[in-house]
Write a protein that binds this ligand. Structure first.
Ligand code: C2E
Ligand code: MG
Ligand code: MG
Ligand code: MG
Length: 288
């Protein structure tokens, strides 16, 4: 009986790991407050079709507008949120915000093809995941073909049944999945074979080296070729220079995200970018 209780509490809260890290303790009550006071903001980084240079959508990236400390980036609080299980309510906030924003964009006549958000493996431990997401989809009348959840390979590494079942359940709702930071985790081709993954996101660490490092060049080419031959979308992350964009265009990468186009911006700024219809193609970027 005691065993059942402890495994149950583990699902929500990892006491031992939590106590062993003091810096995490300080941030946790603040995170609970942040949820209550609605201090999170969802920023958007445009996702651009490389051949047309048009914005086809965005990736939603969370920020914490702390009343004293200012804007806090996800790397500073997502690990704690994952460790404590607070990522579950935070993750729902992200999905509902994305739904609200898709609805607002559509109401302004600004249709997007794709909006992705990052899903943490810990969110699959919530047995209400599929039902809650289904409810949010209905509430905001989200077209699930637009929605994409980004997963990391590490999240799938343990091949846990509840993660697979969660993915299958969400896929049945029409949601797309991508593998984020592709190539940096525990890549296994069987993931591509057995999970409904529709796109691969090439990690920034490979993209940044394509013009200096022959190994990075070959890795990026191989990922593009793999994705294309498996009929998946391929997206380059962290594109910062026109030389990188040129390389990606030459080898048939479909989409790109990165500072060359835009940093992640607030909803209002993203809306302005969409309205302006501005385009950057490999040629125009090269002439900048
Ligand atoms: P990610 O999903 O791989 O997101 C890409 C990160 O690269 C973002 O950092 C983005 O701002 C940054 N980036 C994009 N283009 C460039 C570029 O050209 N150059 C450079 N140097 N960086 C670029 P950010 O927003 O700080 O997010 C960091 C990580 O936090 C994300 O990595 C993701 O794993 C996690 N994260 C963000 N939002 C959420 C969320 O809502 N839920 C969960 N579970 N994780 C999130
Ligand atoms: Mg991502
Ligand atoms: Mg990434
Ligand atoms: Mg990352």
């Amino acid at each position: 009986k005691a065993k059942a209780t402890s495994s149950c509490s583990y699902a929500i809260f990892d006491q031992k790991q939590h106590r062993s890290d003091e810096s995490q303790i300080a941030i946790e009550p603040e995170l609970i407050n942040a949820i209550r006071r609605n201090e999170f903001e969802l920023f958007y980084q445009p996702r651009v079709d490389i051949s047309s240079g048009k914005i086809i959508g965005a990736e939603g990236l969370i920020r914490w507008r702390h009343p004293e400390k200012g804007l806090i980036y996800p790397d500073a609080f997502i690990p704690t949120a994952e460790r404590t299980g607070l990522i579950v309510p935070i993750g729902y906030w992200v999905i509902q915000q994305a739904g609200e924003d898709i609805q607002r964009l559509q109401a302004s006549g600004l249709a997007i093809e794709r909006l992705s958000i990052n899903l943490s493996f810990r969110q699959f431990q919530d047995s209400y995941l599929c039902r809650t997401i289904q409810r949010l989809i209905e509430k905001y009348s989200i077209d699930t073909a637009i929605l994409e959840f980004e997963l990391t390979e590490s999240a799938l590494f343990n091949n846990e049944l509840h993660v697979r079942e969660g993915i299958e359940g969400l896929h049945k709702l029409g949601i797309n999945f991508s593998l984020d930071d592709f190539g940096t985790g525990y890549s296994s081709f069987s993931l591509l074979q057995t999970l409904p993954i529709s796109s691969l996101k090439i990690d920034r660490s490979f993209v940044s080296g394509v013009n200096q490092n022959p190994d990075d060049r070959e890795i990026v080419k191989a990922i593009i070729r793999l994705a294309r031959s498996l009929n998946k979308e391929v997206i380059a992350e962290g594109v910062e220079t026109s030389q990188q964009l040129n390389f990606l265009a030459r080898f048939g990468c479909h989409q790109a995200q990165g500072y060359l186009y835009s940093k992640p911006v607030s909803y209002d700024k993203f809306k302005v970018l969409l309205e302006s219809g501005c385009q950057i193609t490999a040629e125009s970027a090269a002439n900048q």
